[in-house]
Design a protein around this ligand. Structure first.
Ligand code: CA2
Length: 153
């Protein structure tokens, strides 16, 4: 197994920090990437960090993670969470653990956000912790794949 974790971000997350700060906070996607790299470093994991506004591209990246034998995959599918059986199917074909992350608490929002197709393929789901949820996802993933031997600083 490789030591790489894929962190995939769905549509409109490139706008993080630019609009709706009351829901999503003021951090940008570049801040999220930094946070993920720092978290992964603690467990000697490498990160492939991506964002796309296109469902097919996200699916291709899930296939790429499978072919690369990735150690795990963290995904914030954004709006596709609530619509995409195709992303669910791609994730179900992945052997590595999948963690679903949402910046906001999707259960405290509109009814249509309360159902996630992706959760059916997820080993863990984190929501409502702001961007810190990504770091929590990487720590949880590291524990799942036996990364208990956390690197000393
Ligand atoms: O809370 C999350 O992380 C979401 O996945 C974000 C999605 C939303 O559709 C999900 O229900 C929950 C929205 C991503 C769009 O992000 C923006 C951020 C700032 C400004 C505009 C959009």
């Amino acid at each position: 197994m490789s030591k790489t974790v894929y962190v995939l971000n769905g549509p409109n997350l490139n706008l993080l920090g630019e609009r709706e700060p009351e829901i999503y906070g003021s951090a940008t996607l570049a801040d999220v990437e930094k946070l993920c790299r720092n978290a992964a470093k603690q467990y000697a994991l490498a990160v492939e960090f991506r964002q796309s506004n296109h469902e097919g591209e996200i699916i291709d990246w899930i296939h790429e993670a499978r072919a690369a034998n990735a150690a795990g995959l963290v995904i914030n599918p954004a709006g596709y969470t609530h619509t995409s059986v195709a992303i669910l199917d791609a994730l179900l074909a992945l052997e590595a653990p999948v963690i679903e992350v949402h910046v906001s608490n999707i259960h405290a929002r509109e009814t249509y956000r309360r159902h996630s197709y992706v959760s059916q393929a997820a080993h863990g789901v984190i929501c409502g912790f702001g961007i810190e949820g990504y770091a929590l996802a990487i720590s949880g993933l590291a524990a799942m794949i036996g990364g208990r031997n956390r690197k000393k600083d």
